[in-house]
Design a protein around this ligand. Structure first.
Ligand code: FNR
Length: 183
């Protein structure tokens, strides 16, 4: 089984990318993981698409997700919503629309995220739901993971050191992989 874990942050010290690596580390043994970010994906512009086609970074990520059995979105929260760079990457990945079913159709998707606030990306995770429904993905909703107060839960090397959150992260991956296996 192959799972793509996509962090929605470009930041070098990103807690969400750190969380993505933790999820990869804690995934069940039979689950191979690839951690990705929106790095290298330009801002969507219909003229660029018409004139130059799909950027290479987008095509690569699309193929990676299409080949995976499941996708985990590790979302930051901006203004209680989905961060622009992350939504932009997903929007590019839905071009051309004829490719949506190959990349996202019936794809098992799990949501989680990390934030320095006490709300822990709850609003951002909810804000993804209409998008995931539009793309006809299969949402895993049995277990959730909201890493709140991130500055207290990661150490200076950006390792998730909070034992309760590590347990929840492992549990999310275990449950999600079971869900993927059952598809
Ligand atoms: C934020 N941040 C934030 N956090 C949150 O919990 N709720 C929010 O509504 C917002 N809004 C927001 C808007 C904008 C424009 C920025 C740049 C940031 C803080 C955010 O959670 C924090 O910057 C995280 O560190 C972003 O995730 P990464 O980059 O650490 O993965």
């Amino acid at each position: 089984m192959r799972i793509v874990i996509l962090s929605g942050s470009l930041r070098r010290g990103s807690w969400n990318t750190a969380l993505a690596h933790t999820l990869a580390e804690l995934a069940p043994e039979d689950c191979q993981t690839d951690v990705a970010t929106p790095a290298g994906i330009p801002v969507y512009d219909g003229d660029v698409e018409t004139e130059a086609g799909i950027p290479e970074a987008v095509a690569t990520l699309k193929d990676q997700v299409a080949a995976a059995d499941g996708l985990v979105l590790v979302t930051p929260e901006y203004n209680q919503g989905v961060p622009g760079p992350f939504k932009n990457a997903i929007d590019w990945m839905t071009r051309p629309p004829s490719d949506i079913s190959r990349v996202f159709g019936k794809k098992p998707v799990a949501l989680c995220g990390a934030s320095p606030s006490s709300a822990g990306t709850r609003s951002a995770q909810y804000a993804w739901l209409p998008v995931l429904r539009a793309l006809k993905t299969r949402l895993y909703s049995e277990r959730t993971l909201l890493v709140d107060n991130a500055s207290e839960r990661f150490d200076e090397q950006n390792r998730l050191i909070d034992q309760d959150m590590r347990k929840r992260a492992g549990s999310l991956m275990e449950g999600f992989c079971e869900f993927v296996r059952a598809q």
